[in-house]
Design a protein around this ligand. Structure first.
Ligand code: ZN
Length: 539
């Protein structure tokens, strides 16, 4: 237990965590972090967790662990000692060291050989992973002891998640327990004959007792990862407050999901990143998506069978699972990753690995694409359900003060209009994903992402024309009103005969009222005037 000095109930890495210092690299006995004194952001500060000392190789500042905390907080060493103890006792820390752990970094996923010894980068002794049955038994009993808070239930019932009470209960979601219950819960599990050594999330406390790694910082909803064998192989936590790096820009969402793991702890064990399965193991068609909760929600909405990986590139364990599915009679794998797959190369790479793995087992693989206004398959399905419910409630309203659209293949019958109107020609251009070019960095994103990708104007050569039509609208209408009507008309349920995708961010709309053509880049609900050269578009 190198990181605990004899006189202190904590180590320098606890201080690093309390101060939220960014860890850039790790070695056997030390880590490199950013320096809070000179502001270096390249990881020049060496933190030695065997000796509990630190030194910045850039500005030369150095000292012991109390001194590190005291100087950052402008206080004395004895005050620092008291504050650190308080914070640690309140469970304000102790989630690994820094970021949620990278799921691929350490060996030890459930499908691999159990591995014991020390974690290669920190030297912290690790337990040998318990067997799948033992892990399942411990997790099942733990879940039975826990409850779901009303706040968490309300979140799962909200429009965003759309689950019913029955579904929530049958999927087995629970709230994480508070820090002060960890030891007694673990005691109860041991008394009931469960093994906790080697079960991710449990570890041997320096006080000589076993406990679990829950804390206020990692509070949230516990989501079981269930294998195709029906056993719980791991637990994810949907965090109440996402982890954010203090240097992150405000628009960055932060880490929302972490695994329940204890690999940063004495005699702990890594979670690995088990694959989740929900549905019928003998289904002919199986969907693959990223995220356990997403798969659970999509399963109840679509009544299809889903495999969930924890990250788009976390596909190593899909190989053995696909082999089993192929033997069970599965013929088709449908990749249903988030629509980011068209802009994010990492996700696109993950998708193509799924294709490969499926073909190796003689299964067909298809990519599922949907209305790009919705990021995940769950968001899309929930939107469809809401739309259906709204329609049922509304009935048909006569269209007054709305634009009249030309029907496919027919002229505009303006004779029906009883108000002074004007005719507009409009065209819709959408990004074209050819073979060999699977991602475009600003696909389905706003104008800022277009600029970030290095374009001042939308590159017409990446687009193709999907609609060339006419509409009539009240004379006094401005461009924005017309564009809003076009968005509504082509945004969700597209008209029959329309060749494009539902209108979404990164599409370009051309308006032509006879006085000149104007172009607009769609950015959510706003329309940015842009320059565009239609003669460059793909044929
Ligand atoms: Zn420095």
């Amino acid at each position: 237990m190198g990181s605990f000095s004899q006189d202190f109930p904590f180590g320098i890495m606890d201080v690093v965590e309390l101060l939220h210092l960014h860890i850039r690299r790790r070695q056997a006995d030390s880590a490199y972090t950013d320096c809070p004194f000179c502001g270096d952001r390249r990881g020049k500060m060496n933190v030695n967790f065997v000796k509990n000392v630190w030194r910045c190789n850039y500005c030369g500042e150095h000292g012991g662990m109390l001194n590190l905390y005291a100087r950052v907080n402008n206080t004395t060493n004895s005050e620092a000692y008291r504050e650190i103890c308080d914070a640690l006792q309140a469970g304000d820390t102790s989630w690994g060291y820094g970021e949620a752990e990278s799921t691929d970094a350490y060996a030890g996923g459930p499908s691999r050989e159990p591995h014991a010894g020390s974690r290669p980068d920190t030297g912290i002794p690790q337990a040998e992973r318990a067997g799948p049955q033992e892990i399942h038994q411990t997790y099942s009993l733990l879940m039975e002891m826990l409850s779901l808070t009303s706040t968490h239930r309300a979140h799962l019932r909200s429009e965003k998640r759309g689950l019913s009470d029955e579904q929530i209960d049958s999927l087995g979601f629970k709230s994480t327990p508070p820090y002060f219950l960890c030891r007694s819960l673990t005691d109860r599990l041991i008394k009931q004959g469960c093994r906790v050594e080697g079960v991710p999330g449990f570890y041997l406390h320096e006080g000589g007792y076993w406990t679990a790694k829950f804390s206020s910082r990692t509070a949230g909803i516990l989501i079981p990862a269930v294998g195709i064998d029906g056993l719980i192989h791991g637990m994810q936590i949907l965090l109440d407050v996402p982890f954010k790096d203090k240097d992150d820009p405000p628009e960055k969402a932060g880490t929302k999901y972490i695994w329940l793991s204890s690999s940063a702890k004495n005699m702990g064990v890594t979670s690995g990143s088990p694959v989740h399965f929900i549905g019928n193991p003998f289904a002919r068609t199986i969907y693959v998506t990223e995220g356990i909760l997403k798969a659970d929600i999509a399963h109840v909405l679509l009544n299809r069978s889903f495999v969930a990986v924890a990250g788009a590139n976390n596909v190593a364990q899909l190989g053995p699972l696909f082999e089993l599915l192929a033997q069970n009679g599965t013929e088709l794998i449908i990749e249903a990753h988030d629509m980011d797959k068209y802009s994010n190369e990492m996700i696109a790479k993950g998708s193509s690995r799924i294709y490969l793995l499926a073909r190796q087992q003689g299964m067909e693989c298809r990519r599922l694409t949907w209305n790009p206004n919705y990021k995940g398959i769950d968001d899309w399905q929930l939107a469809l359900r809401r739309e259906k419910q709204q329609k049922e409630g509304e009935g048909q309203n006569p269209q007054k003060g709305k634009a009249l659209f030309c029907q496919e293949g027919k002229g505009l019958s303006v004779g029906l209009l009883d108000f002074p109107h004007r005719r507009y020609r409009f065209r819709i251009y959408q990004l074209c994903f050819d073979a060999g070019q699977e991602t475009i960095p600003f696909a389905f994103k706003g104008i800022r992402d277009l600029h970030k990708a290095g374009y001042e104007q939308p590159p017409a050569s990446e687009y193709r024309l999907v609609c060339d039509s006419e509409l009539a609208c009240p004379e006094e209408w401005k461009d924005t009103e017309i564009l809003e009507q076009i968005s509504a008309h082509y945004g969700n349920q597209v008209p029959e005969g329309y060749r494009g995708r539902p209108l979404a961010s990164s599409d370009v709309v051309e308006l032509d009222d006879g006085t000149g053509r104007r172009y607009f880049y769609i950015d959510g609900r706003t329309f940015e005037p842009v320059r565009f050269s239609p003669f460059l578009v793909k044929k």
